[in-house]
Design a protein around this ligand. Structure first.
Ligand code: NAD
Length: 309
């Protein structure tokens, strides 16, 4: 496994990392012992960065991750969680709530500190509040030792500019914007580099769009995007290949991205994902798939407040 610097944090994160939303059962029901095995397989395979949130499975993912991490030396993993997103529609970025939220997360995770605390999906909140109230509150948690670094996450990339033009954070987490179907993030890397932030790229499989299975019902992609991805999966199968393999290899290759977070609660899938890191990208298949996805290239969906898109 290759390890890369996460911005100016001094942390060295694995090029492929583990996203724990699957542990909350967001894609399909989870069997606890198997999900725990998935976390152990990830760590044994060299992954050292794990991302979670109280929102995933409405605290279920953090609780399950806490069980999986029990007995594992704390120095073996770099742990990130989030604040502010409570349910699909409820958000609270107030200082009091986010400070209490971190306390609750630490208890569920069974740790004394997290390495990274992130404001979750800031496009749903007031960016003024994020800049003037939430981030300063998280900064105070870094002084008390409950967290080491602070970050922001969201779908519309413009929110990162709006925040970073006003204040500093250590990391940004962008999702579904550096995949086979959407590479918008690449155009923003020069700006993000000037801000010195560590770049976390999540959802290389487009939250299930770029696999052999249909995406979950809640997936926000338009029918045209789903259909083009399904055609790409058929093309890969025709060649005896897997769209997931191509997708993960593609997303985890950009040198300007510190780490790419993939999610699964299945040890066999994370084992495959790890194995794909050591195999070369099939450039001929990549060109064929990119041609099939060209009509929906960089198409995305609205997320959060209109003014934040
Ligand atoms: P993803 O693109 O990683 O796709 C997950 C889906 O891919 C799951 O259904 C999983 O079973 C499947 N999968 C994984 N490996 C596979 C394989 N080898 N073969 C077939 N299918 C495979 O999407 P994600 O889980 O949403 O994103 C990864 C992580 O990134 C999340 O768990 C979360 O930690 C983070 N994330 C954060 C935000 C945010 O902060 N707003 C948003 C999205 C994702």
């Amino acid at each position: 496994m290759e390890y890369r610097k996460l911005g100016n944090t001094g942390l060295e994160v694995s090029r492929l990392s583990f996203g724990a939303s699957s542990l909350g059962g967001v894609f399909r029901p989870v069997v606890e012992e198997i999900a725990i095995q998935a976390v152990h397989t990830a760590l044994d395979g060299g992954i050292n960065f794990i991302d979670v949130s109280p929102y995933y499975g409405l605290t279920k993912a953090e609780t399950l991750l806490g069980k999986a991490l029990k007995g594992i030396r704390r120095e073996r993993y770099i742990l990130a969680t989030k604040v502010g997103r409570i349910t699909a529609t409820d958000f609270d970025f107030s200082a009091n709530r986010v400070i209490a939220s971190v306390d609750e997360s630490l208890k569920r995770l069974g740790v004394d500190y997290v390495d990274l605390i992130q404001c979750h999906d800031i496009e749903f909140g007031s960016l003024d509040q994020i800049v003037n109230e939430t981030l300063p509150a998280l900064q105070r948690l870094c002084q008390t030792g409950q967290a080491r670094f602070i970050g922001i996450t969201g779908l519309p990339i413009c929110v990162f500019h709006k925040v970073l033009d006003q204040t500093q954070v250590d990391t940004i987490l962008s999702y579904c914007h550096y995949t086979l179907q959407d590479t918008t993030l690449a155009g923003h890397l020069p700006y993000l580099e000037t801000k010195g932030v560590g770049i976390i790229n999540a959802s290389p499989l487009g939250m299930g769009l770029l696999t052999d299975r249909p995406p979950p019902n809640w997936h926000p992609a338009a029918p045209a995007i789903r259909a083009a991805c399904a055609r790409a999966a058929v093309q890969c199968r025709k060649k005896g290949q897997s769209l997931s393999q191509l997708a993960i290899q593609f997303s985890a290759t950009h040198p300007g991205i510190a780490t790419t977070l993939v999610g699964t609660a299945d040890p066999k899938e994370i084992e495959q994902d790890l194995c794909w890191m050591d195999q070369p990208l099939d450039l001929e298949l990549l060109a064929e798939v990119q041609a099939l996805l060209a009509p929906v290239r960089d198409q995305t969906w609205l997320s959060g407040r209109i003014e934040n898109n």
